[in-house]
Structures are given as C-alpha cells and as structure tokens.
Design a protein around this ligand. Structure first.
Ligand code: THU
Length: 134
C-alpha cells in the first residue's frame, strides 16, 4: 500500500528548496521507486528562462542518474510563493519524461498533504508517443 500522505509531505518539504526567483512559483516532487527509495526534487530556474528544470524532472533525473529505473508513484506540490500550495498539474514536457520510464498505471499524486487526488499516467497523457512509435 502506497503511503500517499508521506509522499506528499516529502514533496512539500522538497518545495522549500525551490529556486524560482523569476516566476515565484514553487514546486516540489517526490518519486517513489520500486526499491522503496524516494527521490525528491524542486524546480530550478535560470536567468535564461528555457534552461529551467521542473521539480518532477529534477526528481526523475536524480533517480535515473543513480541507477533507478522502476517507479511506482510521483507526488507533486506546487503553487505561488507565499501561498499554500493547492493543485499543480505536471507540464507536458514532464509528462513525456515520466512516460519514458513509467507504465500507464504509474500513479501521479496532485494536491497537498491534506488534500490530494491520485491519477494514472494514462489519464494525464493519453495517446502518447513512445519508443513503439519509432
Ligand atoms: N514547474 C514545475 O516545476 N513543474 C510543473 O509541472 C509546472 C511548472 C515550474 C517551472 C517554473 O520554474 C515554474 O514552475 C513556473 O512555470
């Protein structure tokens, strides 16, 4: 049984490290791997805006770069600086990166520690492009 509340809590904590001086939109993510290890990430912005990395990709890239490729769930917490996070959906690029490593039934948890909703990757990225299309 996945402890969604704990995963959301860790995403909320990771959000504290968000480097977002340009958008003032702070995001944290927590990625649960099949091994049980949890990788966290935050968004990291850049003065050259397109060099920005989203929280979800930070967590996934950290995990993959440490040899982890099997994942179970990803929690995302985001919102404007100074505001309690409410509901932040992953951007299209992050959905595509998630789909590179995760199956259709992979779970994506959105909201905050107290109130969240669980979606499958297939719900958030239907009809996706994958290696099978190449
Ligand atoms: N952001 C994320 O980190 N994840 C998302 O899924 C949505 C957007 C970040 C990127 C940028 O630093 C800020 O939020 C505003 O777009």
């Amino acid at each position: 049984m996945i402890n969604y509340k704990n995963l959301m809590h860790l995403a909320q904590e990771a959000r504290n490290y968000s480097y977002s001086p340009y958008s003032h939109f702070r995001v944290g993510a927590a990625l649960l791997s099949k091994s049980g290890k949890i990788y966290t990430g935050c968004n990291i912005e850049n003065a050259a805006y397109s060099a920005t990395n989203c929280a979800e990709r930070t967590a996934i890239f950290k995990a993959v770069s440490e040899g982890e490729r099997d994942f179970v769930a990803l929690a995302i917490v985001g919102g404007r600086e100074g505001e309690t996070s409410d509901f932040c959906a992953p951007c299209g690029v992050c959905r595509q990166v998630i789909s590179e490593f995760c199956p259709k039934e992979f779970e994506i948890v959105l909201g905050n520690e107290d109130k969240f909703k669980v979606y499958t990757l297939d719900q958030l990225l239907p009809l996706s492009f994958s290696d099978k299309d190449l």
